[in-house]
Ligand binder design. Structure first.
Ligand SMILES: C[S@@+](CC[C@H](N)C(=O)[O-])C[C@H]1O[C@@H](n2cnc3c(N)ncnc32)[C@H](O)[C@@H]1O
Length: 286
């Protein structure tokens, strides 16, 4: 059995180095099956190292020495909150402001210009991660529609850890590089003193946003109907059957002729026939 020793925090420290146990194929398959059943995430066979890398830090705090014991602890609920911690660690949350900017230009130029204002415009960021997609949308809506019109954004994710960051709306300045400078100035507050090097999304935008933890792999709660859904860079983690089910649930929350945005590396071919393609990665309910 191969092992990898984690270096101690102080060179020469006398406490015994924590040794990460290798995971057997059988135990890996247990985690694989569980993650798929819970989140719909298909963890490929070659992702063993990823799983060990992300979860090994939990063995010590949970007082277990091996993967079988950790899995059993997750299953028997012996440690409240541990399931969510494991899910948070296993989801990939990469995101940034103005990711895939062509989507936001299309939204502003082709969709928002036709908004008649008879009902509030509702947008759902359905795998929002830490909120950058949500606040990008808020900036674009504030810029295009203004704050006098009725619009709102709803953000959800499976991971509670990233949702906390999204709710705080407080980011290191290093995350701001893709935000147009004029938007940064209009919609963000620059941190000073102890907050130096950070920025906060300004309150009027934060007030247009609400959040909930939602697992797209389960029946959706009552969240109302939306004009537009952004569900980008999440379906890549699902197998074809899960994609079909997730998209079915999402489309049930879309108003007639509503739009769905997926990422440029995803498409809905073979996933649903209830939408028509507007341009690659942008769809409309038939
Ligand atoms: C790579 S991020 C995408 C963030 C953002 N949409 C973007 O494109 O930048 C994928 C997000 O999907 C979430 N996710 C994974 N499985 C999910 C599920 N079953 N239900 C809801 N969210 C899920 C993860 O927690 C993660 O935050």
């Amino acid at each position: 059995m191969s092992t990898a020793a984690l270096a101690g925090s102080r060179p020469g420290a006398r406490e015994a180095a924590f040794v990460v146990p290798a995971i057997s194929d059988t135990d890996f398959r247990r985690f694989q099956g569980w993650l798929h059943a819970v989140a719909g995430i298909a963890l490929a066979d070659h992702k063993k190292t990823l799983l060990v890398g992300r979860l090994s830090k939990r063995l010590g705090p949970c007082g277990v020495r091996g993967w079988r014991d950790y899995f059993e602890l997750l299953m028997d609920g012996g440690r409240p909150g541990e399931l969510q911690i494991a899910i948070d660690l296993l989801t990939t949350n990469e995101t940034y402001f103005f990711r895939e900017p062509a989507h936001f230009s299309f939204l502003a130029e082709q969709i928002l210009t036709r908004f008649d204002g008879s009902e509030p415009l509702r947008i759902w960021s359905a795998a929002s991660s830490s909120g950058e997609e949500i606040y990008t949308l808020a900036m674009v809506l504030a810029d295009t529609l203004g704050m006098g019109r009725r619009w709102e954004i709803f953000g959800s994710d499976l991971s509670t850890r990233v949702l906390e960051t999204a709710r705080r709306a407080h980011y290191p300045m290093t995350r701001a590089d893709k935000i147009p400078p004029a938007f940064l100035k209009r919609f963000c507050l620059k941190g000073t003193g102890p907050q130096e090097g950070t920025f906060l999304i300004d309150r009027p935008l934060r007030e247009r946003v609400s959040f909930a933890q939602i697992n797209l792999n389960e029946t959706l709660p009552d969240i109302g109907m939306f004009d537009i859904v952004f569900v980008r860079n999440v379906m890549i983690y699902f197998d074809p059957d899960t994609k079909r089910q997730v998209m079915g649930r999402i489309l049930s929350k879309l108003k007639p002729r509503g739009h769905v945005f997926v990422s440029h590396s995803e498409n809905l071919h073979g996933v649903t026939d209830r939408v028509e393609i507007v341009k690659p990665s942008i769809y409309r309910l038939k």
